[in-house]
Design a protein around this ligand. Structure first.
Ligand SMILES: C[S@@+](CC[C@H](N)C(=O)[O-])C[C@H]1O[C@@H](n2cnc3c(N)ncnc32)[C@H](O)[C@@H]1O
Length: 414
């Protein structure tokens, strides 16, 4: 263990991962060089750091979440854990809402974005195939490595699962995206003392090569010596987006997920009929741009260690930002979609009947009961995922009540 730049302990990074990160740093440095003295807007840098086909985090073979034989059973499996990786009860609960949606529409089609290891797809298919033997499960993921893992894991479902390489031209059914919006590249901005909005770009640090090439420099020194931020006047689109969302607060830094908003707006074009369930950590706009959140929500995950040094360890750490659900709901409305519900993950799962399902477990089988209940508590606990995570339902041409929002619907807070 060693100290990380934020002062907390950072686990030892394996040599192969260090090499992968070094490769990513070279790739990013080259892109910045090509872009010229103003460097790359942070969103473009983040996109390359996560999704570059050769050097990005989501292209790399190293474990992100889930199991590998080498890491199984250790505390350091991957970099972070998501709800479907924790327990199948998450997918089973979702299936309780998805089933009635499919029945209502009369088209048993599901499209999952960013399916990760394929765990959620597996749990939903297991839960719904008995009721919908004709179920067609589509997956669209921009990570070739994860797509390959999904294909292996979901092979037993044969022709029920399909992978898309681009957005469909039309779709009816249910769409799900768990922790996908938070993984989209965001624009970084900062309010200047003069009341102007600046965008943060990433540049190569002068003298980058010296520390980076020094084999004696420790891993933080090498990483931190490469990149820096440069403030440039924000373009019209970003400036207008910032000004309409928050008051001028000199020195305040945060982010805007314009890509996520246009992704939601795109749904308005290709969705013919159906409901999209967008699950992620985040808040409504007034909480997102709260004066006290003056450093934004960007966060990195590396070997189950969360820190905020986004320019460090590219290629081997996940970079995420919380979701501004008001912005997503506004984008949906502007694209002629309806906002059908918004609530906490805990309330969503409880409304779906999670506790009723669990009550069917045999309480006398104490070992199994404890094994099943522990991860569920994480999903529901206010101190863990229950309150920070939210579910936003948007849709088109659907005239039905969604059980998942029957109580605790918070649309009025958006
Ligand atoms: C944090 S992981 C979540 C994985 C999985 N949904 C889960 O809950 O375990 C983010 C996933 O979103 C994918 N992704 C990011 N942006 C995407 C986009 N625009 N379209 C499709 N997939 C995307 C990534 O490749 C990755 O599989």
């Amino acid at each position: 263990m060693r100290a990380d730049p934020t002062g907390a302990a950072l686990p030892q990074i394996q040599e192969a991962a260090q090499r992968y990160s070094e490769n990513a740093r070279h790739k990013l440095a080259g892109l910045i060089h090509e872009a010229g003295p103003q460097g790359l807007p942070f969103a473009r840098w983040m996109h390359a750091a996560l999704y570059d086909p050769q050097a990005g985090y989501y292209a790399g073979a190293p474990l992100k979440f889930g199991d590998t034989a080498a890491a199984a059973g250790t505390a350091l499996q991957g970099d972070f854990v998501t709800a479907p990786e924790l327990t199948p009860w998450f997918g089973r609960s979702l299936a309780r809402q998805i089933g009635p949606i499919l029945a209502h529409i009369g088209t048993p089609h599901i499209l999952e974005f960013g399916a990760g290891s394929g765990a959620l797809a597996e749990h939903i298919l297991q839960a719904l195939l008995p009721e919908f033997p004709e179920l067609q499960y589509y997956i669209l993921d921009i990570s070739p490595d994860l797509t390959q893992r999904q294909q292996q894991r979901l092979a037993p479902f044969g022709d029920s699962v399909h992978w898309l390489h681009s957005l469909p031209s039309g779709f009816s059914g249910c769409i799900i995206a768990n922790e996908v919006l938070d993984a989209m590249p965001v624009s970084l901005f900062e309010w200047g003392e003069d009341g102007n909005v600046h965008e943060l770009h990433v540049i190569n640090k002068p003298g980058e090569a010296s520390a980076a090439a020094d084999p004696q420099a420790d891993q933080e020194a090498q990483a931190s010596s490469y990149f820096d931020f440069l403030r440039v006047p924000a373009g019209a689109l970003l400036e207008q987006a910032v000004r309409t969302r928050m008051p001028a607060l000199p020195g305040y830094r945060s982010e805007i997920n314009l890509q996520g908003e246009s992704w939601v707006a795109g749904l308005g074009q290709w969705l013919d009929q159906g409901v999209a369930l967008l699950i992620d950590y985040g808040f409504p706009q007034h909480e997102y741009y709260h004066p006290q959140r003056s450093q934004g929500t960007l966060m990195c995950h590396l070997l189950h260690h969360a820190h905020s040094q986004v320019l460090h360890f590219p290629g081997i750490q996940d970079i995420t930002a919380h979701v501004d659900f008001t912005a997503m709901a506004d984008a949906a409305l502007a694209a002629d979609l309806e906002v059908l519900g918004y609530t906490s993950q805990a309330r969503f799962l409880l409304n779906c009947g999670l506790l009723q399902m669990l009550s069917e477990l045999d309480p006398d089988d104490t070992a199994r009961y404890a094994r099943e209940i522990g991860p569920v508590q994480k999903l529901l606990s206010e101190a863990e995922m229950g309150e920070l995570f939210k579910v936003l339902a948007i849709g088109k041409n659907v005239d039905m009540d969604l059980m998942a929002f029957a109580t605790g619907d918070r649309r009025h807070r958006l």
